[in-house]
Design a protein around this ligand. Structure first.
Ligand code: FMN
Length: 137
């Protein structure tokens, strides 16, 4: 069973989350509404990048849930597209004993005029490929 949980302030990461979720045949859920994770589910967790970090609500979600031995895949969007948010999520989860199977990051539109058109259709297609790859792991 897969779960896709995300934090998105301006909608870019939500697009990636929904694309991944569609590939997995599940619904993407905002971390703001997510209560509990199913036991033993494979969780895709993602966030936008805010001052080089994932959103505070996502960090709190990680702090209050049990990830020991859980299979996980990570994703994120940022102005730079470099994935600092994904690396930060990975560190937090590794400290909680999660098994990180892979990660995906891409650019997201920022401040109305940077990165217009991102995540692009091509980036979303890559996100879908990523979901398919992770399904096999
Ligand atoms: C408050 C704020 C801080 C940001 N800080 C960074 C940053 O440190 N590095 C970066 O590459 N992008 C930064 N960005 C750009 C966002 O990471 C980018 O727009 C991302 O796609 C936002 O995801 P979201 O639409 O899911 O919220 C910032 C954007 C906002 C609104």
């Amino acid at each position: 069973m897969f779960e896709v949980v995300y934090y998105s302030m301006t909608g870019n990461t939500r697009k990636v989350a929904e694309t991944i979720a569609a590939g997995l045949g599940v619904k993407a859920e905002s971390v703001k509404e997510k209560k509990e994770l199913a036991k033993d589910s494979f969780v895709f967790l993602g966030s936008g990048c805010y001052a080089s970090k994932p959103g505070g609500k996502l960090r709190k979600f990680i702090a209050r849930n049990d990830f020991k031995g859980r299979k996980m895949a990570l994703f994120g969007t940022s102005g730079s597209g470099e994935g600092h948010e994904v690396k930060a999520i990975e560190e937090l989860l590794k400290a909680k004993g999660a098994l990180i199977k892979g990660s995906f990051c891409c650019k997201g539109r920022a401040l109305f005029f940077f990165n217009r058109g991102h995540p692009s259709n091509e980036e979303l297609a890559k996100a879908r490929e990523f979901a398919n790859e992770m399904k096999k792991s």
